[in-house]
Design a protein around this ligand. Sequence first.
Ligand code: NAD
Length: 254
Amino acid sequence: MRLADKIIIITGSGSGIGRSSALLFAKEGATVVVNDLHVENGTETVTQIEAAGGTAIFIKADVTEPEEVKALVDQVIAQYGRIDVLFNNAGISNVGALHEVEPEAWDRVMRVNTRGVFLPSKYVLPHMMERKAGSIINMSSCVAEIGLARRAVYAASKGAILALTKAMQVDYASYNIRVNALLPGTILTPFVENYLKTSYDDPIAAMESLKKRQLSGDMGTPEDVAFAALFLASDESRFVMGSPFYIDGGATFG
Ligand code: NAD
């Protein structure tokens, strides 16, 4: 198994890409720490993992709250003694050109998407540094690199994550810690379904137009991203450092 005996935290794994990654990681032998704001969704991920014969626990924490994130990390260390992989996946979106974005919406998206990567990393890193081993996977997006209409604050937050990934990699390479970023294109998850329903009169037509954004002519699935995350979490990617990893059906190059 590709992740045998690894202890892995995945933030925001009560839904979408996080849940698919949790299921796949557990299938590959990892003990998965499922984190989310929503208890019901997080425990459902654990239930699905256990039903498939895997090992997981749920820890509720808001990734923007230092005390909650520190408590999560402390609990994992107390229970398992180490953290091999941190997957900073939790994130929220916002639709609008910059003049339409309310200051509160700017703060909310930047807070969850960037502080939500900063805090788990801050509290996990000392444990990885002590062991001189670890892999951190940060969830960016292809919007960090391509212009996409009416995604101003979301693009800014995902661009920040890409820059942060590179800065982190430089600082922690000497501790044998790898830090890479995932840049998905449009992936059909509750996040995108909700966006289509709330932003368009005709969500089906909007979905067809979103598909055309990819060279593949389709949207990705959460599993497509989970397989890329699996590679970055595993020792197979030991020579991959500070990379932007595209899972976008060619959207970035189209
Ligand atoms: P999703 O909404 O299905 O899942 C996100 C999860 O994060 C939810 O379970 C939510 O409860 C959790 N979450 C939100 N705020 C949190 C907080 N403060 N603390 C803890 N958990 C929190 O979304 P998804 O599509 O699976 O997206 C996952 C990640 O992938 C996000 O960072 C998103 O920006 C990124 N992404 C998604 C797409 C896409 O097309 N779906 C494309 C590129 C990048």
